[in-house]
Design a protein around this ligand. Structure first.
Ligand code: GUN
Length: 309
């Protein structure tokens, strides 16, 4: 079998273009969605990501602010800055770009972000809501994986999904999304990680394989079965004598061998990657919609309620 490609770039473009009418409807009601992004320091990859988020937000009609703080910023100053974003009614989504310089306590700072504006979905309340199957913000990359499956009509319902990697950003939340009793989920999920002996024993049984361990090309053709659906979350830069720059991007999956056996596969780049920003923008619009609903509820009286859906 030779795999068909799951095109994340095109799917993300479709999602972003559909968002524009939701943004227009909000603007017509006096609410322009606002995204506040904070970048601390000069990490080159983070600078690229933050620039892409800012440009994509603006292109969708979302107001975006990028706050660039020096690597020497203190925990107190950053705390004060984040609280200001929480309190600003024009801001519906707050993103603190990771990694932070090592003197700053990432978890403590992420916990300061109001769950009502947690468009990254990293807050313990957002992750708790996800685990419990309650409405709330879901982390963007795992949610993007589910939306890619939905876009291609590839339902994991009743199938064996094997997730390789247990990060808080991808592995754990994607497993939690795909076990939910809902459309494009309801799967039997196995999570493998660095403590799993004989990884191939699990990956060979996968109907859907989600590779998210951050190691270049470790899932090879001999580790998967015919007809598997492969979602490669890895983005790794490796040396190459075939490019001018001397490097190239590869996933966690060895594309050449795995695509010989898979039914569907995401390329790297152009697979899961572009979905992250599309879902971030979707979360920001949902935050603005919830803020508008809350305003409407407040105007309607004390017994009404509103929540992020
Ligand atoms: N660094 C790399 N990816 C991400 C992301 O999705 N969100 C944040 N906040 N930082 C990141």
């Amino acid at each position: 079998m030779t795999a068909q490609l799951i095109d994340g770039k095109k799917t993300a473009e479709n999602i972003r273009s559909a968002l524009k009418s939701r943004v227009a409807a909000l603007v017509a009601k006096g609410v322009t969605p606002g995204l506040s992004v904070t970048l601390v320091g000069e990490d080159p990859a983070s600078k690229v990501y933050v620039g892409a988020k800012d440009a994509a937000a603006k292109e969708t009609g979302i107001t975006a602010w990028t706050h660039r703080l020096p690597a020497t910023v203190s925990e107190g100053e950053l705390t004060e800055h984040l609280i200001k974003q929480n309190e600003d009614p024009a801001v519906h989504g707050i993103l603190l770009q990771l990694p932070l310089p090592s003197h700053l306590p990432s978890e403590k700072l992420l916990d300061l972000i109001s769950p009502k504006k947690d468009v990254d979905g990293f807050h313990p309340i957002s992750l708790g809501n996800l685990m419990l199957g309650r409405p709330g913000f879901r982390p963007c990359t795992p949610w993007g994986v589910q939306e890619l499956l939905r876009a291609y009509g590839l339902s994991p319902e009743g199938k064996h999904v094997v997730v390789v990697g247990r990060s808080n950003i991808v592995g754990k939340p994607v497993a939690n999304i795909l076990i939910q009793k809902e459309a494009f989920a309801n799967a039997t999920v196995t999570v493998c990680h660095t403590g799993t002996p004989d990884l191939a024993r699990y990956t060979r049984d996968a109907d859907f394989l989600i590779a998210a361990m951050g190691k270049p090309e470790v899932i090879t053709g001999d580790m998967v079965k015919e007809g598997v659906v492969v979602l490669d979350v890895g983005v790794n830069r490796i040396k190459s004598d075939k490019t001018k720059s001397g490097t190239r991007l590869v996933g966690d999956v060895h594309f050449e061998s795995v695509s010989q056996k898979a039914a569907w596969i995401t390329p790297v780049p152009g697979g899961v990657g572009p979905m992250t920003i599309a879902m971030l923008l979707t979360n920001t619009v949902r935050g603005a919609e919830a803020a508008l609903a809350e305003k409407t509820v407040a105007a309607a009286g004390p017994t009404a309620t509103a929540t992020v859906r």
